[in-house]
Design a protein around this ligand. Structure first.
Ligand SMILES: *[C@@H]1O[C@H](CO)[C@@H](O)[C@H](O)[C@H]1NC(C)=O
Ligand SMILES: *[C@@H]1O[C@H](CO)[C@@H](O)[C@H](O)[C@H]1NC(C)=O
Ligand SMILES: *[C@@H]1O[C@H](CO)[C@@H](O)[C@H](O)[C@H]1NC(C)=O
Ligand SMILES: *[C@@H]1O[C@H](CO)[C@@H](O)[C@H](O)[C@H]1NC(C)=O
Length: 361
């Protein structure tokens, strides 16, 4: 009798311990068709609430319309805000047992393994999960995975810089023709920008930064802001290396990739909350994210079986001068992140100006 009781207690402890370390977290693997998931999502109410990291409110409007067009009757209730703020807001929901977000998609890659260990995420493999690059996912639990590779290129406005035929390096920005022409995001306001500067200066040293400051760059908040400014005829600045403009920006905008240091790229990472109030709708959204039909529309897919139709290098793993797995390591090393951030904050001061999420530039 007492022996039985001990066994029961031990078993109980084993289960609790599994939860603490994220052991025993084999996923449910989706086997339904997309239409079966779609009808389950509609029955649930037809709304999925998603928090997506970013720095402009309308940055995911195209994702919202693609999803809603593909699944009439569904609403993608998506909020874009800075990943560095959304993660702690989600922590509050988890702590208060009041999860109202179904799905979270962030740049703060260090959060996902922690949330997995805490048992906060749904262990669920959407169709296509097996095709995601192993380095971009938790292969065992299927609780989180990259869905799209984000990156910044070198971009410039040829109408404002008629004598510049190409930019092929970060050192090129130090040439006399770029004096007063550069617009860049504060590295101390965004860890992905911080990592961009870190990688450049690992190669080119502090001297490159000192020389960059002599070019009198315009410092801004948000990573879409430099592109807006360099594109606008009424702003004088014309070049950046902290904005995304796709592979074919058009409209007098040219892009290239640096050859003297790595540029930053990373898998923007998605997870469904274990206590998501609309689990079927969240599953529909994640199956859509990883579907080949949607992945083919992305500049750079997170799936190894899908080539980019616009990248000259076909896929991120064959793209020179970037390592898309390096950012997750940097983000997990908060001691280095803080040391590097305050190196820049000491030189530049705190980020000035309103965040573009609050008001336009
Ligand atoms: C939409 O998302 C917001 C922000 O997460 C949330 O406050 C709101 O309740 C959601 N709306 C619906 C209809 O679920
Ligand atoms: C611009 O420079 C990049 C990097 O060296 C190179 O890959 C690209 O072909 C160049 N483009 C042109 C138009 O010369
Ligand atoms: C430049 O033009 C844009 C678009 O018309 C406008 O939103 C912005 O306020 C203008 N900026 C300046 C500095 O005039
Ligand atoms: C992607 O493109 C490369 C280079 O053209 C080719 O070798 C490879 O087979 C393609 N992969 C897929 C999945 O289409």
């Amino acid at each position: 009798m007492s022996r039985l009781l001990t066994t029961a207690l031990l078993l109980g402890q084993t289960f609790a311990y599994d939860t603490v370390l994220g052991f025993n977290s084999r996923p449910t693997v989706e086997t339904r068709t997309i239409d079966e998931i779609y009808s389950a999502a509609l029955k649930e109410g037809g709304t999925v609430t998603v928090w997506h990291g970013g720095d402009e409110k309308d940055q995911q409007d195209s994702l919202k319309s693609a999803f809603e067009k593909r699944f009439p009757g569904m609403t993608l209730n998506i909020t874009v805000d800075l990943s560095k703020y959304l993660d702690s807001e989600l922590d509050q929901q988890l702590y208060h047992n009041n999860v109202f977000v179904d799905s979270i998609v962030l740049q703060t890659l260090q959060d996902f393994p922690r949330w997995q260990q805490e048992g906060a995420l749904l262990n669920y493999a959407p169709v296509g999960f097996d095709k995601v690059y192993p380095a971009f996912k938790d292969s065992i639990s299927a609780s989180w995975y990259g869905y799209s590779v984000f990156f910044w290129s070198l971009s410039w406005n040829t109408a404002k810089l008629p004598h510049v035929s190409n930019i092929s390096s970060y050192s090129d920005f130090l040439k006399p023709e770029f004096k007063n022409q550069i617009v860049i995001t504060y590295p101390n306001d965004d860890d992905a920008v911080l990592f961009a500067f870190y990688q450049i200066m690992q190669q080119l040293g502090t001297k490159w930064f000192d020389d960059l400051l002599k070019q009198n760059p315009r410092w801004v908040r948000g990573t879409a802001t430099p592109f807006t400014i360099l594109s606008g005829a009424n702003y004088s600045q014309s070049a950046t290396f902290t904005s995304f403009s796709g592979f074919n920006p058009g409209n007098n905008i040219k892009i290239s990739f640096p050859t003297d240091a790595n540029f930053v790229s990373w898998p923007q990472t998605a997870a469904i909350l274990k206590d998501a109030p609309h689990p079927e709708s969240a599953k529909l959204f994640h199956n859509f994210l990883l579907s080949s039909e949607f992945q083919k529309t992305l500049p750079l897919s997170a799936r190894q079986d899908i080539n980019s139709s616009s990248s000259p290098y076909h896929d991120i793993m064959h793209t020179p001068h970037t390592n898309p797995t390096a950012f997750a390591r940097f983000m997990s090393d908060r001691v280095t992140v803080e040391r590097v951030r305050f190196f820049f904050e000491n030189r530049l001061g705190t980020a000035q100006g309103l965040s573009p999420l609050i008001d336009d530039i």
